[in-house]
Design a protein around this ligand. Structure first.
Ligand code: CUK
Ligand code: CUA
Ligand code: CA
Length: 652
């Protein structure tokens, strides 16, 4: 049974192209996604496995998958071949997905609280998230879009990944040994923090062949500084391109630019960082943001920016201490000294992606049916004074379809672009597109198009933006699922689809529902990561190393309670405090066995968290209710898990 035949859209194609025709007409009329989302399919896919694909699949088994990527179904007991690191959109965290199964393996909290792990409840996580003077969290919402991992020698080194928070202009770093967020940095004077990308090596020092910077784009123009005074003075509005130190997570510098930043890309040689720009109009509302036929991709010469900062050529905005260089194009006209150059791209482009051969950046047109291929050597030539017009770095503009948003690569010279309006992915050949642009009318760069369900945004293939792009699996994040899943009320899940891209034609392998709404993701082979399952007690300064060291110490109204856990018991199993005390409770899990995680919850006090093997966490809280409060283990750890508890006795 072929998976293609299972696809209801391919099946009904001969009967008419009603849906596609409607989408195209809608696009031509400038009708956006909202209208499309509301439209129903004219015909429903066949109900039931047997009817959809011929022979009924064997009990519990998925249809055999015809492509070269290997089976999509991971039988019970077997492991996925790849890790997927996923953003969670306005859920505000990140996830780890097994690929190809689509199984969700982990939620990694960062910007928003998570009661399972105690993120936003424990002192350690609050220190990462940031608190107000009264100890409560500064922010409790997040909107994560872009997930990128650290590089060494052009491939992921398995150390870190980063994600942005669009709402509150924060960047979070996760350690990929323990899969936990260890740092969050707030970008000063930024709103609408959207694209991020780590550098892939140092632009100056060849010995630094790994990520040391993360570049961050600002989408919304705001008054600089945004202190309530220059509300209507458009001259005062601006946007910043920010460089964060990947290791310290301090903000290194910012660059003031024209227009705005959408997504971000970096070159493999470390020399260039870029952002696509859809609002060169510098307009406030969408209607005016579409007035120009072309916007741009803005290229930053990283070494020159950092030299300018060394030379003291920077200013500050408001009371921020971060050096800000002037990267507005009118002040960077001389190629020999310019820190920035603008390459024109039609029209309100989205996504900028680096081809794995290191040669090109591809911007997707969004309101233009094209992708723009920019030759990075030619951009460098402009900075060297060898190319008179930066737009001559454009080497191809293939017509891919309606609403191109993001592009990925297979390492075999092909690019794959999501077409939001067409609800398709277009596979196209980069060298053929270049030949055609150079005048060869006989070549057709379009290799294949496939329907995806529906309105795709991000797309990424295995290892695609590394030198080891292998063109095995490709995930597509669809913004609408419509009829693909059991209805669950008005909020539909999103649909992440997996495609096998080993052959000439893409093959749709499976759907998995995800909670709204993920944006970006990266997929890497499982042996590129080296996760640890047991912590080291010595890594925690607060650790209680032996049961003998547990108990209560009092310093006036400040009380420290040291507890350890060894399945199935805490030590101590009770402690006394008084109303008015401020308790700091430190829990160390002395169990060393992999997977032996304990929980800790106290009724009426909003305390809940877990401690993994050999981990220590602490919480600080005010005692305001007298009585007996059973603290108990929330994480099933032992046959006597339910018995794992103790009394917090609060005297009035
Ligand atoms: S944006 Cu989500 S589909 Cu925030 Cu990366 Cu393009
Ligand atoms: Cu410890 Cu359940
Ligand atoms: Ca525009």
């Amino acid at each position: 049974m072929s998976l293609k035949a299972q696809d209801p859209h391919i099946e009904k194609e001969p009967a008419g192209i009603g849906r596609r025709r409607f989408l195209n007409a809608a696009a031509a009329l400038g009708i956006g996604s909202v209208t499309l989302a509301g439209c129903k399919e004219e015909s429903k896919p066949a109900q039931g496995g047997a009817a959809a694909g011929g022979a009924a699949p064997a009990h519990g088994a998925e249809a055999p998958h015809q492509g070269g990527a290997g089976p999509v179904h991971i039988p019970p007991g077997q492991l996925d071949t790849h890790y997927g690191l996923w953003s969670s959109g306005h859920t505000g965290d990140a996830r780890v997905i097994g690929i190809p199964s689509g199984r969700e393996l982990l939620r990694m909290p960062c910007f928003v609280p998570d009661p399972l792990t105690g993120w936003g409840i424990t002192n350690e996580s609050k220190a990462v998230m940031g608190t107000k003077p009264d100890g409560t969290l500064e922010y409790v919402v997040g909107d994560t879009h872009h997930m990128q991992a650290s590089y060494k020698d052009g491939i992921y080194d398995g150390k870190y990944c980063w994600i942005n928070d669009k709402i509150n202009a924060r960047i979070a770093r996760f350690r990929l040994d323990y899969f936990v967020c260890d740092k969050i940095t707030k970008l000063p004077n930024v709103q609408g923090f959207h694209g991020i990308f780590p550098d892939k090596r140092d632009p100056v020092d060849p010995a630094i062949n790994y990520t040391t910077r993360v570049f961050c784009g600002q989408e919304f123009r705001i008054p600089m500084p945004n202190h309530g005074k220059d509300l209507e003075d458009t001259e005062k509005y601006g946007a910043l391109f920010t460089c964060v130190d990947a290791l310290t997570m301090d903000v290194k510098w910012q660059a003031r630019i024209n227009g705005n930043c959408d997504l971000v890309a970096t070159s493999f040689d470390g020399k260039l960082a870029a952002t696509n720009q859809y609002n060169l109009e510098e307009a406030d509302f969408y209607a005016e943001m579409m007035s120009r036929e072309r916007d741009a991709c803005l290229f930053f010469h990283v070494a020159r920016i950092e030299q300018a900062i060394k030379d003291g050529k920077f200013t500050h905005i408001g009371d921020s201490k971060v050096p800000v260089v002037d990267c507005r194009v009118e002040n960077n006209k001389d190629p020999k000294s310019a820190m920035v150059v603008r390459v024109s791209v039609p029209k309100n482009p989205h996504g900028v992606n680096a081809s794995p051969d290191g040669k090109y950046f591809v911007c997707s047109g969004k309101l233009s049916p094209t992708c723009t291929v920019i030759d990075l050597q030619k951009v460098l030539d402009w900075f060297d004074g060898k190319l008179d017009d930066p737009d001559k770095s454009i080497v191809a503009e293939p017509e891919v379809g309606l609403g191109p948003l993001h592009t990925t690569f297979d390492g075999r010279g092909n690019a794959y672009t999501t077409l939001f309006l067409d609800s398709q992915v277009c596979k196209w050949n980069i060298e053929k597109a270049i030949k055609k642009y150079a005048g060869d009318k006989t070549v057709n760069p379009i290799v294949h198009k496939i329907d995806v369900m529906y309105q795709p945004g991000h797309i990424n293939a295995t290892c695609a933006e590394t030198k080891a792009a292998d063109g095995i699996w490709m995930a597509v994040g669809n913004k609408f699922s419509k009829d693909r899943f059991l209805p669950v009320g008005p909020l539909h899940p999103e649909n992440d689809q997996l495609l096998d891209i080993t052959g000439e034609q893409m093959i749709l392998a499976h759907d998995n529902a995800v909670r709204p709404e993920p944006h970006d993701f990266v997929i890497l082979p499982r042996d590129w990561l080296h996760p640890k399952q047991v912590y080291n007690l010595d890594d925690f300064p607060l650790a209680t190393k032996s049961q003998a060291d547990t108990g209560v110490t009092r310093n006036g109204k400040k009380v420290t309670v040291r507890i350890t856990s060894v399945a199935p018991a805490y030590e101590p199993t009770e402690f006394n405090v008084k109303v008015g005390d401020e308790v700091t409770l430190i829990l160390t899990n002395l169990d060393k066995v992999e997977d032996l995680t304990h929980g800790f919850a106290i009724p009426e006090y909003n305390i809940q968290f877990i401690v993994n093997p050999q981990e220590t966490k602490s919480v600080t809280f005010k005692i305001d209710k007298p009585g007996v409060f059973w603290y108990y283990c929330t994480n099933f750890c032992h046959a006597l898990h339910l018995e794992m508890r103790g009394r917090m006795i609060v005297e009035p």
